[in-house]
Design a protein around this ligand. Structure first.
Ligand SMILES: [Zn+2]
Length: 328
């Protein structure tokens, strides 16, 4: 057996997921009242995403927002995802980034409703969860464990959040309530120090696997594709070098990367004129999809890429998993 073949066999694991954030969720954050009619680009973007994945024989996890699954005009696109064999995850009911401020009862309701709509649209009951805006709380972890989830995937171990918040505080005028919300919105400094590798939450008799979204080892800067796309707005070759270096660092440090996609990575400004205010929406769809394809080719070249659920099932059997208690 040659050296190359040997590496082919022994590729380390990675997982790939997509947060299916829809047009209305971005418009809502941007305070554009059009969001209330739930404008959707799913019928445009889903076939495009599935095509790119299918060409690489990739089976990933798609985290779906319950509100989208509840609407008839999204049903066909969502059913296509399930038919293609991808794992369906729960990305909350209304894509509220304030989930960490919800009570236990509100969270039970939020998850139950989302599960109901998602199952009706895809035939799958989600067993993995990712909070919108990487929101996380011990209450949420407790509710997920009680509802039989196999894993949470809401952690983004990065300092980018706290830095963004400090900047906000320094430049804005906020009342006490707004400060409390902002304080928790982007994660605390402590969250930035959490492990990059999967670990087990263990507290009050609760045990739940955490599959963190991977950030650049050591630097903890995001490496999800939307960040790479932001860099590609300046230079596609720089973006490519950045992503490939991050993957090499993961190999070096034994991190099995969890890589994240968003629909906007597959959409140009010409596809969704209302979202032109977004930094990467100045790029064409053609240019963006080419960046995604090159990144996925690097990823599959270096790693054995699975869905988050498949990866989590393997991780769960490991004896040396780190155990962590939530800070709040
Ligand atoms: Zn989202």
């Amino acid at each position: 057996m040659t050296q190359t073949q040997h590496h082919q066999v022994g590729k380390p694991l990675a997982n790939l997921s997509l947060d299916l954030d829809n047009e209305w969720a971005y418009l809502k954050t941007h305070e554009d009242p059009i969001w209330e009619s739930y404008p959707s680009y799913l019928d445009v973007v889903v076939p495009r995403i599935l095509h790119v994945l299918e060409r690489r024989k990739l089976q990933i996890t798609v985290f779906i927002v319950g509100q989208d699954a509840a609407l008839e005009h999204n049903r066909e696109a969502l059913a296509q995802i399930a038919r293609a064999g991808h794992e369906i995850g729960n990305h909350s009911l209304r894509h509220e980034p304030w989930l960490h401020l919800f009570s236990e009862q509100e969270l039970e309701q939020e998850l139950a409703e989302a599960e109901q709509h998602i199952q009706a649209a895809t035939g799958q009951r989600p067993t993995g969860f990712r909070g919108p805006g990487y929101s996380q709380s011990s209450t949420m972890l407790r509710v997920l464990a009680r509802r039989g989830y196999n894993y949470d995937a809401s952690s983004l171990p990065s300092f980018i959040g706290p830095i963004a918040r400090a900047y906000y505080f320094a430049t804005g005028q906020f009342n006490a309530e707004q400060r409390e919300r902002l304080n928790r919105l982007f994660g605390s400094w402590k969250d930035g120090l959490r492990p990059l590798k999967p670990y087990r939450w263990r507290f009050d008799g609760i045990s739940l696997l955490e599959m963190p979204v991977t950030t650049f080892p050591g630097f903890r800067i995001p490496i999800h594709l939307s960040y790479v796309m932001y860099l590609a707005g300046f230079s596609t070759s720089l973006a490519q070098i950045y992503f490939n270096t991050a993957l090499r660092m993961c190999r070096l440090f034994g991190v099995e990367p969890s890589i994240l996609l968003h629909p906007l990575d597959f959409l140009g400004g010409e596809d969704v004129p209302r979202l032109r205010f977004f930094p990467s929406m100045g790029m064409t769809r053609e240019k963006k999809i080419a960046v995604v394809e090159r990144c996925l080719d690097s990823l599959t070249h270096l790693f054995d890429v699975r869905s988050v659920g498949d990866h989590a099932a393997i991780v769960a059997t490991r004896k040396n998993l780190m155990e962590v208690e939530p800070s709040s």
